[in-house]
Design a protein around this ligand. Structure first.
Ligand SMILES: Cc1ncc(COP(=O)(O)O)c(C=O)c1O
Length: 408
């Protein structure tokens, strides 16, 4: 996996065990883990309630291709958190996004999807597209073997650019806009004030569905950015930590979407080739793990612990930056924070241009050698329910030492 090789140094750490917010490598060295499996372990590694539920369910049937009672609880809880009434379960956030795109194309009868420049939504073909230097859609640099030229399936505009979005939607061929509410995969890029109102209005006016991907922005709170800011997507996708790191994901939708999709996916004789689902989707083990993780681990109280820790992490870093008068900045979204070597970018194109691979590698390796793991992409840290004040202060200490050595 190329992202395992993205860790700094000539080889990745090999892990002996991971527990709470800590990782121990095969040499017995301990690390504070701010990467947390790039969000897959946002609940902390192997949280006790999830492990207990998995152990219990594993002895009672792992997959039967039938729902268990947990399905009803999970559907209700997702509806309570995110405000969308109806849910389906998938095995990965990638799959949830792929199925949401199919729903959107089925309902609208339109061929194209629109994403923002330098987005990431998993290995979803249509989304592996960026803008080239002339503003044309191209395959994302480095993406392997595009199935078709993404310019045929996808429109791309810059995040926070409502006029460009309006122009793209005017063609009437866009089934849906798929976006994170704040970009997190090219560093954190926050929406401008009014961006989400404009996005919702423009998509409604154009008859284009709006899909919000909360896979990473779940860090904003128990109901993600959507609940925190009252967004009104037609569909919402999420995955990664919801089953404690076991492969499981979910996508929710409105009654209108459900009514429009019910016939092709449930009633028709051809439903088994509808292009959504998968044999193991919604398996009993995954549902038990989601129930335990949402019910007992990623709770409201957990976020009340995690978000102040991210504030403390950001304040610590900002204090060091100010002390040395560096032009660097810190960005934060709920329980996630990161630093930039420049002012915070407003869109993916600017964010991609601002990446300094050499400086990133130095900061990451410096931290790693002192027992602190950062997400290998960007300079990002995520807090879990198991993260402590001491963990955060250790990062600040290491960051301060790295900056002092850089300037020496
Ligand atoms: C916002 C977002 N959506 C979807 C995905 C895909 O998740 P997975 O690789 O678990 O399918 C990712 C992965 O990084 C992501 O960041």
């Amino acid at each position: 996996m190329n992202w395992m090789n993205r860790w700094p140094g000539p080889f990745p750490l090999f892990v002996d065990k991971a527990e709470g917010a800590a990782v121990v490598d095969v040499d017995g060295l301990h690390y504070v883990d701010f990467c947390l499996g790039d969000t897959g372990a946002m609940c902390g590694h192997s949280p006790a309630p999830t492990v207990a539920a998995i152990t219990r369910q594993a002895a009672r049937g792992i997959t039967t291709m039938l729902p268990t009672a947990d399905a009803a609880w999970v559907g209700g809880e997702l509806a309570r958190r995110f405000g969308l009434p109806l849910w389906q379960i998938a095995l990965s956030a990638t799959d949830a996004n792929r199925f949401a795109l199919r729903f959107a194309r089925q309902i609208t009868g339109r061929p194209k999807v629109l994403v923002f420049n330098w987005c990431y939504h998993g290995t979803v073909d249509e989304t592996l597209a960026t803008l080239d230097a002339h503003g044309q859609v191209q395959a994302r640099p480095g993406s392997v073997g595009p199935q078709v030229d993404p310019a045929l399936t996808t429109d791309v505009v810059e995040f926070n650019d409502l006029p460009a979005l309006e122009r793209a939607l005017a063609g009437g061929d866009i089934a849906c806009v798929l976006t994170e509410p704040a970009l997190t995969n090219i560093g954190i890029v926050l929406p401008d004030n009014g961006f989400h109102d404009g996005l919702r209005q423009l998509t409604r006016d154009a008859g284009t569905l709006l899909i919000i991907d909360e896979t990473h922005t779940l860090c904003a709170g128990p109901g993600g950015y959507t609940a925190l800011h009252g967004l009104e997507p037609d569909l919402l996708t999420l995955g990664k930590p919801i089953a404690g790191g076991l492969p499981a994901a979910a996508y929710g939708f409105t009654h209108e979407v459900a009514a429009a999709i019910a016939e092709p996916i449930t009633v028709s004789d051809d439903a088994d080739v509808s292009g959504v689902g998968g044999t193991l989707s919604g398996n009993a083990l995954g549902l038990a793990a989601i129930r335990a993780t949402l019910g007992e681990v990623l709770t409201d109280a957990a976020f009340e612990h995690m978000i102040p820790l991210a504030e403390r992490w950001a304040d610590g870093v900002a204090g060091v930056i100010a002390e040395h008068g560096l032009p660097w900045t810190v960005q934060r979204l709920g329980a996630r924070a990161e630093y930039w070597f420049c002012p915070p970018p407003r869109n993916g194109g600017d964010a991609a241009a601002a990446v300094d691979h050499e400086l990133d590698a130095f900061m990451h390796l410096y931290a790693l050698n002192r027992g602190v793991l950062l997400t290998p992409f960007h300079n990002m840290a995520l807090m879990s329910p198991a993260t402590t004040v001491a963990d955060v202060d250790r990062h600040t200490e290491v960051f301060a030492a790295a900056v002092t050595e850089l300037l020496a």
